[in-house]
Design a protein around this ligand. Structure first.
Ligand code: KG4
Ligand code: ZN
Length: 348
């Protein structure tokens, strides 16, 4: 018997994503992004994002079914991000998913975006180990989550207290006059810089209350202050050194805490997710530190790390395979959805 065909819809931030999977096989992963429209604002403007989703959702859906060589009537279940995210953006995906569910007479799963970032790895590396730790780092989140019991039990181990890691990359890129999104620009420039040139601060290293939490706004301020001081002193600034030293501080804190969290929770597998997981220094440092600590690292390819529809379809497919009940069709979108809510149920 062939496995069910799952359609996944993602619209929590500025990417409209539609993915189609069968089991853990990826059939289509189509993306429309409003990043070019956002670039002139230097960040994501919620109203711009919601309008872009409305325009992109149907064409993206059509491209995905065409790419997968299936028709909508072949779909067995639908999964959609119900949170966390921008509420106006989430609503576009959720409304579309509910309409399709009713029209096609198939179940709908309102799912958690963060759990989807971890489960997407099944599309590339097969069934997830259980338990597994997820380090999710993007423009919207920086979280460490422990995933157990076939993704039925998700626990928040740590998160950022202020800016997300990607947000820090974007803000520092702006002060260095680099284009948005800042992550890739800093990553490229850092190749030519010295990561030890400037000792930028590593926050929350010795705070027992926040052992696994992150804070990046002080780091951003330290970069701004350093640049101002150099300017005042009339010193020439080597931007590549600033980029490399900033990137080193971010990668250092993220990987150190991720490894510590695995050790503390007794978890031997770490999955990276989110746009910042594309960062070359973060990947290299995670590999080195995980291998030294005997932790197996799984990093999905960049197109699966950044927000996409396939990750939502992958989580939907996982839930269907594990016999989890679908959501009631009136489930809400929840912009601050708790990480422990993996799928929306009656009353969630
Ligand atoms: O997951 P994502 O595509 O969207 C969400 O924010 O949810 O992540 C986008 C973020 C942006 O802040 C971008 O600057 C960052 O990921 N990013 C990177 C790299 N590529 C993208 N950060 C560091 N290094 C990169 N190579
Ligand atoms: Zn994300």
């Amino acid at each position: 018997m062939t496995e069910p065909l799952i359609l996944g819809i993602e619209s929590s931030c500025d990417e409209t994503g539609v993915g189609i999977v069968r089991g853990t096989e990826l059939l289509a992963n189509v993306l429309a992004s409003s990043v070019d429209e956002q670039a002139r604002f230097g960040g994501v403007v919620p109203e711009v994002a919601s309008r872009a989703h409305v325009e992109a959702i149907i064409p993206t859906l059509e491209r995905a079914t065409r790419e997968a060589g299936v028709s909508l009537s072949d779909v067995d279940a639908i999964a959609v991000t119900s949170g966390p995210g921008l509420v106006g953006s989430l609503l576009v995906g959720v409304t579309t998913a509910k309409a399709l569910s009713v029209a096609l007479g198939v179940p709908v799963y309102g799912v958690n975006h963060l759990a989807a970032h971890v489960v997407v790895d099944e599309l590339q590396h097969g069934a997830l180990p259980d338990p597994v730790m997820g380090l999710l780092v993007s423009g919207g989140h920086s979280s460490l989550i422990a995933v157990r019991d076939g993704v039925r039990d998700v626990d928040l181990i740590g998160q950022t207290l202020d800016d997300a890691a990607g947000e820090a990359f974007d803000k520092v890129a702006r002060v260095l006059d680099l284009p948005f999104p800042g992550g890739p620009s800093i990553d490229d420039l850092a190749q030519h810089g010295d990561p030890e040139a400037i000792a930028f601060p590593r926050a929350l290293q010795r705070d027992p209350q926040h052992e696994f939490d992150f804070s990046f706004s002080g780091l951003k301020t330290a970069v701004v202050r350093w640049l101002t001081d150099q300017h005042k002193a009339g010193n020439a600034v080597k931007r590549a050194d600033v980029a490399a030293s900033f990137q080193e501080a971010v990668a250092d804190v993220l990987t150190r805490k991720a490894v510590l969290a695995c050790q503390r929770e007794g978890i031997a597998h770490l999955v990276l997710g989110g746009g910042v997981a594309a960062n070359s220094r973060l990947r290299a440092m995670a590999e080195a530190r995980c291998s030294a600590a005997g932790i197996e690292l799984r990093v999905p390819r960049p197109g699966l790390c950044t927000d996409n529809g396939a990750m939502v379809a992958a989580l939907g497919s996982h839930l269907v395979r594990h016999g989890v009940s679908p959501s009631p069709v009136n489930f809400p979108t929840t912009s601050a959805l708790d990480v422990r809510t993996i799928v929306m149920t009656e009353g969630s």
